[in-house]
Design a protein around this ligand. Structure first.
Ligand code: SF4
Ligand code: SF4
Length: 89
């Protein structure tokens, strides 16, 4: 079982509030490793970019995997809504 990511790339375009990814930010919140909407360092990406690894390392004692996925999904949907909202302005 793994997180059902739809590969929209929005998380990689909103890294400005993630201290661990500060060095990756091109200055506009987008990660310099996002190429053609995909992570170009996928196999060696930082742990914070890996939903399942983060669960195993930091959250599995705190909540179920289903709950963790649900919270992550809500964050993905929030980002998508922000983008869609911006497009309608
Ligand atoms: S915002 Fe969510 S669904 Fe989109 S690429 Fe990131 S993890 Fe996947
Ligand atoms: S390293 Fe890869 S997964 Fe992490 S923010 Fe950059 S492009 Fe996205």
């Amino acid at each position: 079982m793994s997180f059902p990511c739809v590969k929209c790339g929005e998380c990689c375009r909103n890294i400005d509030k993630i201290p661990q990814l500060k060095a990756f930010d091109m200055g506009n919140g987008t990660c310099k490793f996002l190429i053609n909407n995909l992570c170009s360092i996928y196999e060696t990406r930082p742990e914070i970019c890996c939903v399942d690894l983060m669960y195993e390392r930091y959250f599995k004692d705190k909540m179920t995997r289903d709950k963790y996925y649900q919270l992550n999904k809500e964050a993905c949907e929030y980002l998508l809504k922000q983008i869609n909202g911006d497009k309608q302005k």
